[in-house]
Design a protein around this ligand. Structure first.
Ligand code: TXA
Ligand code: MG
Length: 337
């Protein structure tokens, strides 16, 4: 009988995705913060049942504690334990788009704490479409409260490196799931007052929502529940952002460069003046959304003063890209974060 190859001791095994999932679950159970990959952006997660852990999210992000968080679930089966009433339309959207880039705002049960909801009578729920996040959620057996894993007001992270650059050692563990496939945050649909309203355009297009519901889904940004992603100045890079129609981009860039500023253009463009640097992004809305945040970050890293960009047409994911560009271009209070 030939001797069998010795089984290597655990420490000698190369780290694997499943070791990382084990670690993420252990850190969450112990009340720590884990950066979780999702298909939209990376989230800064805590066990939603642990109020102290949830409060640390706000401290690390520098986010006001009255701004509610999304609770991430492993499947729609958990809906009833978090929401008192699930309207038919909400159920249909969950069936059509979960796991996926859709967040539902519903009336909450006692399971959703004030720490998570900012004291509001509603809770935001989502099932993310990323295999590692789903595994962590299934293993934890509860909800993970998670905002985007960036400093308040800044550009959301679409890679593990972005999270580390923003939050560094303040996150207990970064679960690296590669670059995010969608690249902009989830669409938020509020059902808490009966008929659906779009609080934030995102990874599921308004057209797709309306197709499934068979009714129009109006945008509601005023008078509804507080949502920091709907503040005018948000999702902002450090550099200033100037929007212009595509045909006027080169002229705007030239004027800004002539005034002595270091100018980057978001997109591929012929005829740019000397000194202005183009950062190409895909022309289709899906590709633009996927590359948007990483490109804004790359421009910031290169030290430009101002970014000139043309918003895409407001169809499909173009609506979400426009929304983020417009908010990033809005007048800022100091800091931004
Ligand atoms: O794609 C996403 O939604 C990502 C990933 C990590 O899931 N998360 C994300 O979270 O973008 P955050 O916190 O950056 O943005 C969530 C938005 C905020 O604008 C928040 O105010 C809003 O959802 N929100 C949360 N709970 C709410 C509620 N009960 N009513 C209305 N808006 C709510
Ligand atoms: Mg955010």
């Amino acid at each position: 009988m030939s001797p069998r190859a010795p089984v290597p001791p655990p420490a000698a095994r190369p780290p694997s995705a499943s070791d990382d999932v084990d670690r993420a679950v252990a850190v969450l159970r112990a009340g720590g913060l884990v950066a979780l990959p999702t298909e939209t952006v990376y989230g800064l997660g805590a066990d939603a049942a642990n109020e102290l852990a949830v409060r640390r999210i706000f401290a690390v992000k520098g986010r006001p504690s009255t701004h509610p968080l999304i609770v991430h679930l492993s499947g729609a089966g958990a809906l009833e334990s978090w929401a008192t009433a699930v309207p038919e339309g909400a159920r249909r959207l969950a069936e059509a788009f979960w796991p996926g880039p859709l967040t539902l705002v519903l009336l909450r049960t006692a399971r959703a704490s004030d720490a998570v909801t900012g004291g509001q009578p509603t809770v935001a729920l989502r099932v993310p479409a990323h295999p590692l996040a789903l595994e962590v959620l299934a293993r934890l057996g509860g909800g993970v409260a998670a905002p985007s894993a960036n400093r308040f007001g800044g550009v959301s992270p679409t890679s593990a490196e972005h999270v580390r650059a923003d939050l560094g050692p303040e996150v207990d563990f970064v679960l690296d799931g590669g670059p995010c496939a969608v690249g902009v945050e989830s669409s938020i649909v509020d059902f808490s007052s009966g008929s659906p309203a779009l609080l934030r355009p995102g990874g599921v297009s308004r057209e797709a929502l309306e197709r499934v519901l068979g009714v129009l889904v109006p945008t509601r940004s005023e008078g509804g529940p507080r949502a920091p992603g709907t503040l005018p100045s948000h999702y902002a890079p450090r550099a200033g952002l100037v929007l212009a129609p595509r045909e006027a981009l080169a002229a705007r860039a030239a004027a800004l460069a002539a005034s002595g500023r270091r100018v980057a253009v978001l997109g591929q463009l012929d005829g740019l003046p000397a000194g202005v640097v183009a950062y190409p992004v895909p022309e289709d809305a899906v590709g633009f959304a996927r590359e948007l945040y990483a490109t804004l970050r790359a421009i910031d890293e290169a030290g430009f003063d101002v970014i000139v960009a043309a918003p895409p047409p407001p169809e499909g994911l173009g609506l979400a890209v426009r929304d983020r560009l417009e908010r990033a271009a809005a007048p800022r209070k100091s800091g931004g974060g």
